[in-house]
Ligand binder design. Structure first.
Ligand SMILES: Nc1ncnc2c1ncn2[C@@H]1O[C@H](COP(=O)(O)OP(=O)(O)OP(=O)(O)O)[C@@H](O)[C@H]1O
Length: 264
């Protein structure tokens, strides 16, 4: 589905990412870890289309990825990205409106009724049907993230990009969100890329784990080399093995320290 060929990203003379080669199949759930500042969000932005590669290519079904965001790709950020002045229901209806008439956000009466119905159904799926008329400031952090996920899914994306979506949530709420995301991933047959700082979460949710790290270092010029994919693990194969005690896990922890916690 996605092919990434020799991808590089620089800002000025800072090389952030280099030599990334990989392929992703439809339905993969890729979790991404790495030290703070190694370029995980930059990678997601290139997948979204708000940043362009400095070198190399991202191909979607053999075609270069559209250079700007489109309905194929939805994103949820750590900081709640919902409209504060709109109710829960209107936040989701407007996502639908923008997908259909991006320049005006305007919908005719029939479409508006259909959009409202679809929005209510989506909000039901994410467990917000009791809060349709509330405003974002009246929601908990977990509820806001449920709303952001509902918004992203209204556009029926094939690819869902999650940038530390649960970073600000309490552990109990995070567990609920994990089940929600896994359910939606299966039901909508999504391909998911998720950045996290929690290695346990990365192993639990992902079918593949990517570890970003620099393989080359120049102490005189720290920006000279960028991070690459140092591990691309098939987690299904590894899950259930004695990975927890393995040297591999220790190495991943070392590469992602100090920002990645292995909770529990
Ligand atoms: N628009 C930009 N202009 C210049 N430098 C940038 C820009 N965006 C990101 N960077 C730099 O690129 C590097 C990678 O940033 P990025 O946000 O992708 O890292 P990250 O791995 O997601 O970090 P964190 O885990 O802390 O969120 C950082 O050094 C950052 O300062």
């Amino acid at each position: 589905m996605l092919q990434i060929n020799n991808l590089w990203k620089s800002y000025g003379d800072q090389i952030v990412l280099e030599r990334i080669h990989t392929e992703v199949q439809a339905g993969d759930f890729v979790t991404m870890v790495g030290a703070s500042g190694c370029g995980k969000s930059t990678f997601l932005k290139m997948l979204l289309g708000t940043e362009v590669p400095s070198k190399g290519q991202i191909l979607l079904d053999g075609q270069p990825l559209a250079a700007e965001p489109d309905a194929d790709r939805g994103i949820v950020f750590q900081q709640y990205s919902v409209f504060p002045h709109l109710s829960v229901l209107d936040n989701v209806i407007i996502a639908c409106a923008f997908s259909q008439s991006p320049w005006t956000g305007w919908l005719g009466r029939t479409r508006k009724a259909a959009a409202r119905q679809a929005a209510e159904a989506m909000l039901d799926k994410v467990g917000l049907s009791h809060a349709l008329q509330r405003y974002p400031h009246e929601l908990s952090g977990g509820m806001k993230q449920r709303l952001a996920i509902a918004q992203a899914l209204m556009l029926k994306p094939r690819i869902l990009l999650l940038d530390e979506p649960f970073g600000a949530l309490d552990p109990g709420i995070r567990a609920d969100m994990h089940e929600l995301v896994l359910g939606l991933w299966r039901e909508h047959q999504l391909t998911v890329f998720m950045v996290t700082h929690d290695l346990k979460e990365a192993f639990y949710l992902g079918t593949r784990l990517w570890v970003f790290d620099k393989v080359r270092h120049d102490p005189q010029a720290p920006h000279r080399y960028g991070a690459s994919l140092t591990y691309d693990l098939d987690i299904n194969r590894k899950r259930g093995s004695d990975l927890q005690g393995a040297a591999l896990l220790k190495d991943i922890q070392a590469r992602t320290a100090p920002t990645v916690a292995l909770a529990g």
